[in-house]
Design a protein around this ligand. Structure first.
Ligand code: GAL
Ligand code: CA
Length: 374
C-alpha cells in the first residue's frame, strides 16, 4: 500500500486559498505540462499497481484469529451518497476478508448531521470498540472528534473528508494513534481541467471568442474536496494559457437532483456555456439530464466533466455523453483504511497521512476502468 508521509511543513504550506471559480480573475501563465499522452497503458499500470498493493496488503494482514473478536466502529457522513456507498460496502467486505467478524463491524449513518454523528461516536466509545473509522460530517469538527476518541484511548482512522493542516499536525506532535487515509483533491481538480485542455482550445472554444465560458457545480463547500476541485480544475486551464470566463458557480452539495436543477437554470441563463465542471459524478449525471433536456450534445456543443468514476458515469464517457471523469479509488482508500485500523490493533502503527492517486478517465480508458471494477 502506498503511504505518503506529508511533512508538517508541506501540510502547513497548503494554505486553503479557496476561491470559488467565478471572480478568480488572474490567469496563471505557467507553461503547459506535457500531459497529453494519458492512455490506456497508464490506466492498465495504475490498475495493476492497485491490484499489487491489494495483494501485498492481504499478505501483510494479521492472522484471522487475532481480529475475529475485535470491534470496529465506522461512521459515514451520509448513507445517501453514491460514492460513500461504494466506499462503505467495499470497506465492510474487505474487513471481513481480513478476519473481522461481520457482527463486530458496525457502520452508522450520520445523516449529514454532525450532532447525530458525535452521538454515534460517543456510543461507540461507551461500547468499547477497538478502533474507529470516521468520515466526518464536518471536517471542522475533527478536533472535537479527535479529543473524544483519543481521550478514550481508541485509535482513529479518518477517511474521505480530510481534516485541516492544524488538526493533522496535532496527531504527530502528540504521537497520537490518529491518521487520515485519502487522495489529494487537488490532483482530481487538475485532472478534470487537463481532460478539457487535452481537447485543444479550438475545440472547446465553441464561439471562438478566445475565452472558455464555463459553469461550476460544487460539492459541500465545507469539504476540501469541493474547494480544491473547484480551484484546480480551472487552474489547469489557466496554466495551459487559456483565458476563462466563469458564467456561474453554485453549490450542488454532491447531489444529482440539486445539480440537475442548477444546470437547467445555468443553461437557460447562459446558453453560451462551453464547459460544465461538476465536483463529482452524481452532479455530472444531473447536469447531463439538463444538458440533454436543453437539446445540447456533449462532445459537440458542450463539454462535461465529473469525478468518482461511478459506473453510470463511465458508461456515459464510453458513449460520449460525458467528456470525462476522474477515478476516485474507493477500493484503494477503503482497503487502506482497513489496513490502518489493523495496524493500530496489532500495534504496528501508521504514518499520519496515507495517500492514494486519482486516475484520469476519458474515452480512451473508460472501458478498462469499468472492467477493472467488475
Ligand atoms: C468525495 C466524492 C463525492 C462525495 C464526497 C463526500 O470524495 O467525490 O462524490 O462522496 O467525497 O465527502
Ligand atoms: Ca468561448
Amino acid at each position: 500500500m502506498k503511504k505518503k508521509l506529508v511533512s508538517l511543513l508541506t501540510v502547513s504550506a497548503l494554505t486553503m486559498a479557496m476561491l470559488a471559480g467565478c471572480g478568480n480573475a488572474a490567469a496563471d501563465t505557467a507553461t503547459q505540462t506535457a500531459e497529453t499522452a494519458e492512455t490506456v497503458a497508464d490506466t492498465a499500470t495504475d490498475v495493476a499497481e492497485t491490484a499489487t498493493e491489494v495483494a501485498e496488503t492481504v499478505a501483510d494482514a494479521a492472522p484471522a484469529g487475532d481480529l475475529a473478536d475485535k470491534k470496529v466502529g465506522v461512521c459515514i457522513y451520509q448513507f445517501a451518497d453514491n460514492f460513500m456507498t461504494l466506499f462503505r460496502n467495499e470497506l465492510e467486505s474487505y474487513l471481513v476478508s481480513q478476519g473481522f467478524s461481520k457482527d463486530n463491524i458496525t457502520i452508522v449513518d450520520g445523516a449529514n448531521d454532525q450532532a447525530t454523528q458525535t452521538n454515534q461516536i460517543q456510543n461507540f466509545i461507551t461500547q468499547g470498540v477497538d478502533v474507529l473509522i470516521i468520515n466526518p460530517v464536518n471536517s471542522s469538527s475533527a478536533a472535537t472528534i479527535t479529543d473524544l476518541v483519543v481521550g478514550a484511548n481508541i485509535p482513529l482512522v479518518y477517511i474521505n473528508r480530510e481534516p485541516d493542516a492544524d488538526e493533522e499536525a496535532r496527531w504527530s506532535s502528540n504521537g497520537w494513534n490518529v491518521t487520515y487515509v485519502g487522495c489529494d483533491a487537488r490532483q482530481s481538480g487538475t485532472m478534470q481541467g487537463e481532460i478539457i485542455v487535452d481537447l485543444g482550445q479550438e475545440t472547446v472554444d465553441l464561439n471562438g471568442d478566445g475565452k472558455i465560458q464555463y459553469v461550476m457545480v460544487e460539492g459541500d463547500p465545507e469539504n476540501v474536496d469541493a474547494q480544491y476541485r473547484t480551484e484546480f480544475s480551472v487552474k489547469a486551464l489557466e496554466d495551459a494559457g487559456w483565458t476563462v470566463d466563469c458564467l456561474d458557480d453554485q453549490v450542488g452539495n454532491w447531489d444529482q437532483a440539486t445539480a440537475q436543477q442548477l444546470v437547467a437554470n445555468m443553461l437557460s441563463a447562459h446558453p453560451e456555456t462551453e464547459v460544465v465542471f461538476c465536483n463529482n459524478d452524481a452532479m455530472a449525471l444531473g447536469a447531463l439530464q439538463s444538458i440533454e433536456a436543453a437539446g445540447r450534445k456533449v462532445g459537440e456543443d458542450i463539454y462535461l466533466v465529473g469525478v468518482d468514476a461511478l459506473t453510470e458515469a463511465l458508461e456515459d464517457v464510453i458513449a460520449g455523453t460525458m467528456t470525462g471523469t476522474v477515478f476516485n479509488d474507493h477500493i484503494a482508500q477503503s482497503h487502506g483504511a482497513a489496513d490502518a485500523a489493523i495496524n493500530y490493533i496489532t500495534g504496528a502503527g501508521n504514518e499520519y497521512y496515507i495517500g492514494c492517486d486519482y486516475v484520469k478517465v476519458t474515452t480512451d480508458n473508460a472501458q478498462s476502468v469499468l472492467d477493472s471494477l467488475k
